[in-house]
Design a protein around this ligand. Structure first.
Ligand SMILES: Cc1ncc(COP(=O)(O)O)c(C=O)c1O
Length: 394
């Protein structure tokens, strides 16, 4: 089932419904308030159980189960493709965004003297990847300054526009920013890059399940994501989308059974290759089924509601500045904020040590911030608890 199968007249699930899901369908420790799923999310019980049972069955007779698991992985690829708006032949199953990003970075041909365009808010591993390519092939990384507080999508488009030059060879940007939770205008940015004739690479680490994806319609050259964050799939599951026109230009990193020099359009040649554990991708199929059954629209509506509630509540802190856009078109389920004068790192540590509230805190552009991730296993009570405990420490 994909997004469009969810009846639109379905009654929204109430808080009790979500509380039951969390209690009955997750192994989450009831003593922990987990507001950090943006790093790694907890898989629901049916996913964990499916993977565990599949491993046990496999190890009861490896050679019997190995061929039986191939069609299950194929099915998961098909479900995933439908969910992200593309065809199975355009996606590779990789372990994560980092691995997916390495395919175009290492597999395309770079000309010395060119420029790699990105913003100054890309993720650490993404920066490291492109710094490496720049140094190895004699390119320059041009990092345009993106304002921390974005009010409209034109600001982002203009930021990237300002960094384009006749030397630009590739544009790299996040769909949902790890730092502020900003959801970038991905369609317009892809158009911008394509119109300029540069490679367009989208870091979709946080976007899958947070924002509906329409990859065929948007058609970036490459789009990669981690499914162990918001899709709640087993750890080490991700995908790489490769457009038909990019496919013939990129060399696979690993040459396995389905690598073909004649480059017919099948992105599975960028899969992880060789003998490997297939059970995480079997679990991915279960994760997609589990959430489709609840209803993706219901999940998104509830999560948007939680993020809205959180923003409303934290505004009451004296000196609070919310860096995440308030427009739901430009934000998802990550909320980033600072509190003037507060020792945010110290509070984060105390929240964990004393209260078992898991949050994230870091400094961005010299501003210390909290980053709070809220998913459907969270509740308003989780948010209230966190707010109470922060307030006591201000
Ligand atoms: C924006 C962004 N890009 C890339 C990554 C890397 O993801 P992974 O470690 O799953 O490869 C992350 C991880 O948090 C991220 O937030």
């Amino acid at each position: 089932m994909d997004d469009t199968d969810t009846p639109t007249d379905m009654k929204p699930h109430d808080d009790q419904f979500w509380a039951t899901i969390r209690r009955e369908q997750f192994y989450l420790d009831p003593e922990t308030t987990f507001l950090q799923g943006g790093s790694v999310g907890p898989s629901p019980k049916p996913v964990v159980d499916k993977v565990t049972e599949s491993i046990k069955a496999f190890d009861s007779n490896p050679l019997k189960y190995q061929p039986l698991y191939h069609p299950m992985v194929r099915e998961a690829r098909e479900k995933l493709a439908a969910f992200i708006g593309t065809r199975p032949e355009r996606i590779a199953l990789v372990q994560n965004t980092t691995m997916g990003m390495s395919v175009p970075a290492q597999g395309l041909t770079w000309k010395a003297g060119g420029e790699i365009l990105m913003s100054d808010q890309e993720y650490g591993a993404v920066n490291a990847c492109w710094d490496y390519i720049a140094e190895r092939y004699g390119l320059t990384v041009r990092r345009v300054e993106m304002p921390l507080e974005i009010r409209n999508k034109e600001q982002i488009i203009d930021t990237f526009k300002s960094g384009l030059s006749d030397k630009t060879q590739v544009m790299v940007f996040a769909h949902v920013y790890w730092s502020t939770g900003l959801a970038a205008p991905v369609k317009e940015l892809i158009e911008l890059g394509r119109d300029e004739g540069v490679w367009v690479i989208v870091d979709g680490a946080h976007a899958t399940s947070m924002v509906p994806l329409k990859l065929d319609e948007w058609n970036p050259h490459f789009y990669m994501s981690s499914l162990h964050k918001w899709t709640l799939a087993p750890k080490g599951t991700g995908f790489l989308f490769v457009s038909d026109d990019a496919q013939p230009h990129v060399e696979p990193l690993i040459l396995g059974g389905n690598a073909r020099p004649n480059k017919d359009a099948d992105a599975s040649q960028f899969d992880m290759m060789g003998t490997r554990d297939q059970t995480p991708f079997i679990g991915l199929g279960t994760a997609l089924d589990f959430q489709a059954e609840i209803g993706w629209e219901q999940i998104r509506a509830y999560c948007q509601g939680l993020a809205g509630y959180l923003k409303e509540r934290i505004r009451r802190f004296k000196g609070c500045r919310i860096l995440t856009p308030t427009d739901p078109e430009m934000s998802g389920f990550i909320t980033t904020f600072t509190i003037e004068g507060a020792d945010i790192q110290k509070i984060r540590q105390e929240l964990w040590d004393d209260e078992h509230i898991e949050t994230s805190a870091f400094t961005i552009k010299d501003i210390p911030v909290f980053r709070i991730s809220t998913h459907f296993y969270n509740s308003r009570e989780d948010i209230n608890r966190m707010i109470r405990e922060i307030e006591r420490r201000l």
